[in-house]
Design a protein around this ligand. Structure first.
Ligand SMILES: C[S@@+](CC[C@H](N)C(=O)[O-])C[C@H]1O[C@@H](n2cnc3c(N)ncnc32)[C@H](O)[C@@H]1O
Length: 224
């Protein structure tokens, strides 16, 4: 999907991926991200996810990135928060402690612009990007993740003969190959999605499997 298509979806309110509750996988595994008061957490392709607020409650500061400024403003409105707006190059920063919300293409961001993070929460982010963007996306994440930092990621798989995406089907093997030596991948859980969920109904998919991974950034010697 082109950038303009995402922006149009947000303008028109076509956001079936948005959950009106905290993601249950995040609640179950957040402790594995080693969160806390001094921690910096990144939520790439955050939309207006309530997970941002849940992560803020665990302490630390939360940076969300989405192409759509509209999504970020809707999140702030839902939280009844005012933000200071700063335009920095191609990115728009909305600052509202403990949140830094950045309207930008995630693939263009660097550690100089957004800093480095102790943890990353990826729900419907890698799988929202087309395959050609997967390697650049993982490179971006690893460039801003501290050594030993952790990514909690929800992957999704389905029969690709039936649908192309988004969301795109991404296997454990692809995730391991994308990370190579720079991250250790641990499968924490996997589960078939309820057939009544929008992802199954909207795309007429008989099965969809979600898998939760904990990725730990290795240092230069390949240690975690
Ligand atoms: C499937 S939604 C998921 C939103 C959120 N993670 C959630 O769980 O509700 C994907 C989001 O990624 C954003 N997006 C797509 N491509 C992007 C890119 N290259 N950089 C930043 N955001 C992007 C879209 O605007 C959309 O809000």
């Amino acid at each position: 999907m082109e950038h303009a298509d995402w922006l149009e979806r947000w303008r028109e309110g076509r956001t079936p991926f948005h959950m009106d509750r905290i993601n249950p996988w995040l609640v179950r595994f957040a402790q594995r991200m080693d969160l806390g008061a001094q921690r910096r957490v990144l939520v790439p392709l955050c939309g207006k996810s309530l997970d941002l607020e849940y992560l803020a409650r665990q302490g630390g500061s939360i940076t969300g990135v989405d192409l759509a400024e509209e999504a970020l403003r809707q999140f702030l409105e839902g939280q009844q928060r005012e933000a200071v707006c700063q335009v920095r190059g191609d990115a728009i920063f909305l600052l509202a402690e403990p949140f830094t919300l950045v309207a930008a293409d995630i693939l263009t961001l660097t550690p100089e612009q957004i800093g480095r993070f102790d943890a990353i929460w990826d729900r419907a982010a890698l799988v929202a990007l087309p395959q050609a963007c997967h390697a650049p996306y993982i490179r971006t994440l690893m460039s801003v993740l501290q050594p030993g930092g952790r990514i909690l990621m929800v992957g999704m798989e389905y029969d690709t003969a039936l649908m192309d995406g988004p969301p795109f089907s991404v296997s454990a093997q692809e995730i391991r190959e994308l990370l190579g030596e720079v991250g250790r991948v641990e499968l924490l859980a996997e589960q078939e999605v309820d057939p009544d969920e929008p992802i199954c109904l909207h795309h007429d998919l008989p099965w969809v499997k979600e898998s939760v991974y904990l990725i730990t950034a290795t240092d230069q010697e390949g240690e975690v």
